[in-house]
Design a protein around this ligand. Sequence first.
Ligand SMILES: [Zn+2]
Length: 241
Amino acid sequence: MASMSTFVDFFSKSKKQTFRPKKKFEPGTLRYSLHKQAIASLNSGINLREVVRLPPGEDLCDWIAVHVVDFFNRINLIYGIVTDYCTDETCPRMSGGQKYEYLWADGVNYKKPVPLPANKYVGLLMDWIESQINNESLFPTKSDVPFPKTFIPTCKKILARLFRVFVHVYIHHFDRLLAIGAEAHCNTCYKHFYYFVKEFDLVNSKEFEPLAELTRRLCDTSNVPRQSTTNEVSGKNGMVL
Ligand SMILES: [Zn+2]
């Protein structure tokens, strides 16, 4: 119980460690009610594998948009738990153990993939995602504005990049999650994320390799739709974009 109260204190008091404002949906819009519906299903404790399914009559892009924004906010909070412990010294590279390292490139300021300390990489990654989801033409907040053709490919990229934050946090900072009793929360978020991206085939299976063991333990991996093998990932020092 002591660790739980530490965890609650962290989320209620620590503004600093959430480190960026949450993206919100405007009340009264369709996406706002979808967001509420998704949260309500989650809080009711029902099967995560079922809550990710597209509700009958709802638009797939709307459903994906609300989840991408929610996962962005939640994974930000999870990284916030470890941010003080993820420094240039402790984590000079954005890695997932010895075997996996992610290089940063954004095609603008970083044209060629470069190794970075994990905190810098995650900061750039979150800034990049924030700029995508705050871009009205990409993530329109009014339901009468259509989504662009680039919407799904962009969401795939956002989700693949968010997954790498799970990789780093689980492999390098799990002790910190345990110390404040946040591991159950993180596991729930991970499972929800996993079922969601599998349901709509949004993240390539290869991305999951660093957390394959964890995924097997936490998630029901049977009968999950098979991924295509189109590959934006290579071996060590790969996994670039
Ligand atoms: Zn770190």
